[in-house]
Design a protein around this ligand. Structure first.
Ligand code: NI
Ligand code: MN
Length: 228
């Protein structure tokens, strides 16, 4: 799979011929001003929760691309009223799509929409293919939680975990090291850091915290692609 970073918690994942876009928040992100919005492709949009810094560009991209939204029931209902096609899920459920299987997993956070309406519960996703390979965990905004230990018990072995590391609103990189133990995956791509003052981090300290435990933390430049 090819994983490209579009800033904050937004990734484009080329997966079995489909393009999965996560948590689209690009135009309000100062750090992502080099991104060309019109060039962003998506067959599916995976939305972890209802906060503005995860969905600012969702409606626009979904309308332009016709992408199918995969999210919790409440967020899919919200966006269906805005003309976005979606597939609703909830925690613990999995569903096989054309590109592979998506399981919705627990995240410890909040999910009220910017207008104050109910955004359901925040979630993460685990994705795998027909051979139960190319397994990626997208944690979403979350604290470190013991529920992460359920992932290796209920999903195929992970190849990569995309974890928030910016602290303040989510776990910081120290807890993300433990999270990578809990999900049994030593290759981590960091997200949800540096975008705002509250979540600016020391990249070298973050990398070293993982190296100390014989793990790898990948910090992509915005626009950079990593092949896993
Ligand atoms: Ni959030
Ligand atoms: Mn967030």
């Amino acid at each position: 799979m090819r994983i490209s970073y579009y800033g904050h918690a937004c990734f484009s994942i080329e997966y079995n011929g489909s393009i999965l876009l996560t948590d689209p928040f690009i135009t309000p992100n100062e750090l992502a001003k080099g991104m060309n919005m019109d060039a962003i492709k998506a067959d599916y949009i995976l939305l972890t929760h209802g906060h503005q810094d995860h969905l600012a560009d969702l409606e626009k991209i979904a309308h332009r691309t016709g992408a199918l939204l995969i999210s919790n029931f409440e967020l899919v209902s919200h966006f269906s009223n805005l003309g976005v096609n979606g597939h609703p899920m909830n925690h613990g459920g999995k569903k096989t799509f054309e590109f592979g299987t998506v399981k919705m997993v627990q995240a410890v956070h909040s999910s009220v929409l910017p207008d104050g309406s109910n955004g359901g519960n925040p979630a993460g996703f685990v994705i795998w293919d027909k051979e139960e390979k190319n397994v990626v965990y997208i944690a979403g905004d979350t604290a470190l939680t013991m529920d992460m230990k359920l992932i290796p018990l209920t999903c195929p072995p992970l190849d990569v975990a995309i974890l928030p590391i910016g602290d303040n609103f989510t776990m910081g990189y120290e807890d993300a090291v433990l999270a990578s133990d809990f999900v049994e995956c030593d290759q981590v791509i960091g997200c949800h850091y540096d975008t705002f003052g509250y979540i600016k981090i020391d990249h070298e300290a973050a990398r070293q915290a993982f190296i100390k435990k014989n793990k790898e933390l990948i910090l992509l430049e915005i626009g950079e692609t990593q092949i896993i």
